[in-house]
Design a protein around this ligand. Structure first.
Ligand code: URA
Length: 267
């Protein structure tokens, strides 16, 4: 972290960040493997090769249905995020739209360098029409605050942009089906292209399945890969961290890895 960035940090915020780091398991000033930050900023490491998906685990092919073709047509025609939101909200191919409350498109700063891709709205998101505003979302905010980042930060270098694979809550918060993901992927792809982030965080299994064609977040987490043609970091979902606090230590290591990667890409 750049000490100068913390000039405007008040004591209460500093204490909250410290408590959060302790909660994350950051009870040591260094990780298992030391990180040479001078080497990091001088010589950006070559991105690790994207894990080659096995043939059987290839990303779900868009179904040759008319609705997928329609989703591709609508998404590709969108020239702005507003266009895309309007087109996706009007899209009628997906049944769960009928049972959901609000359309949940995105939140945060569209100029952000980091885009977080989650799964789907839960109950609170469905009520408010914003992603990650329930308990898991509050934890997500605290996690990123600990590395000086926030969804509403005006400085793009410290801002986040947040969206989901699905913009409508699945009934009973069940996992999205392959067909639902296939219909939404043209919109997600276009969404990522329009935001053009430097880095993507794949938050949990569903975005890994959608973007990489792979599940198994506990194996995937922490290893850089590529999604939508950009560096991507799978991380455990904050809802999982709420249920398994012991995993927060790994999530903290992943956040530090994200921060280091941002520094290597600093303009
Ligand atoms: N979980 C997600 O993956 N996305 C949300 O918006 C809320 C919870």
């Amino acid at each position: 972290m750049d000490g100068g960035r913390w000039d405007d940090l008040d004591a209460a915020t500093a204490l909250a960040l410290l408590e959060w780091q302790a909660e994350m398991g950051a009870d040591e000033p260094v990780l298992d493997a030391p990180l040479d930050r001078f080497a990091v900023s001088d010589r950006p490491p070559a991105p690790p090769p994207a894990a080659a998906p096995s043939k059987s685990a290839a990303p779900p092919e868009p179904e040759p249905g008319l609705w997928v073709a329609e989703a591709i047509r609508l998404a590709e025609a969108a020239q702005s995020l507003d266009d895309l939101a309007t087109a996706q909200e009007r899209f009628d191919g997906i049944e769960l739209k009928k049972g959901a409350g609000r359309f949940v498109f995105a939140d945060g700063n569209p100029a952000a360098r980091v885009l977080i891709l989650g799964e789907a709205p839960g109950d609170e998101e469905d009520r408010q029409g914003r992603p990650f505003v329930g308990r898991a979302g509050q934890l997500l905010d605290r996690m990123f605050a600990a590395i000086g980042m926030a969804r509403d930060h005006v400085d793009a270098a410290r801002a986040l942009y947040i969206t989901n694979v699905l913009p409508w809550r699945p009934p009973g918060n069940r996992d999205p089906s392959d067909a639902e993901m296939a219909m939404m992927m043209p919109f997600v792809r276009r969404h990522v292209d329009l935001v053009a982030p430097d880095l993507i965080v794949l938050m949990g299994n569903t975005p890994c399945q959608a973007a990489l064609g792979r599940r198994g977040i506990l194996r995937l987490r922490g290893t850089w890969t590529e999604a939508f043609g950009r560096p991507a970091l799978p991380m455990t979902h904050p809802a999982y961290l709420l249920r398994n606090p012991v995993a927060k230590k790994d999530a903290w290591a992943d956040l530090l890895g994200l921060q280091a990667r941002l520094e290597t890409l600093a303009v």
